[in-house]
Design a protein around this ligand. Sequence first.
Ligand SMILES: [Fe+2]
Length: 339
Amino acid sequence: MPPLTNLPHLGKAVQDALARGAPDINTDNLPSMKDLNADNLTDLVHLIDGQCPNPRQKFLMDKLVQHLHDYVRETQLTTEEWMTAIKFLTATGQICTDLRQEFILLSDVLGVSALVDVVNHPKPKGATESTVLGPFFVEETREIKNGDTIASEGKGEYMLVKGSVKNLRGEPVPNCLIETWETDNDGFYDTQYAEYDVDCRGRLRTDDKGEYVFRAVLPVAYPIPNDGPVGKWLRSMNRHVFRPAHLHMMLQAQGYEELVTSLYFEGDVFLTSDAVFGVKGSLVKTPDVVTDEAEARKYGFKSSPFHLVTQDFVLLTEEESEQEKAKARKERGVDSVPT
Ligand SMILES: [Fe+2]
């Protein structure tokens, strides 16, 4: 049997679709897919997906179909339940905007973001651990110089964040791009305000010694957006919607693995039940409270006190990162999966 374009008797609808780019295939090469049942359907989907030319994509789809089909069989999923899931995903997409990412939120509360992060960023001893990006990172930000502030006056209690960026050998990483973002004292990110203006968000670079310093405000615990489908679902699960206070930080430097992480604060009531599973013990800080007036003014604060957070980041080179991933895949017994 020739490809479909050579079968004009198939009619205008099929020919038009082929002309618009639908794959032209010889149906003789396809598995017979009649009389499907709960036992043979999965294998047939695998067979027809077997035409995928990309081995990694084929592997991902085979696993996805296998797990989804097993889920339907194991749960005996009802038609109503499946429609509820489809309506939920539809609503999740519909509420997304340039500034609101409900799908990242869904991935976060399902623990998928944390799992993808763990799988992709194994760290050896001494390297700074990563954590979830969350839904509030945006490209638009405030470029600041070392020592400047990312927060407007009145946005919260003063906080100074300083430290260094180094590699595993203790060498400084100069010119490392640092993106940071946080809530204000009311628990809101700038993007959540109707009158959106960049605040409590900034971009700076480490100096020649690999050091950085910036002023900010002490972030507070906050509810993740819960007025949409994800919030409604969390309520139905009787789960709380809170994240412990944290300062997001993302570090990028030439030749190094990008580090997406956050700093958390000792004593926060939600440290052990973060709604998005982002807390790691190594990232929990206990800020000093500096009451010295002269010290506060030296750093550019109008008055004391201020919270002092000192954090030295340790990055992996791209090569070290690949080695760690290969090692972790071997340890998990999945080093033969297509990559
Ligand atoms: Fe956050």
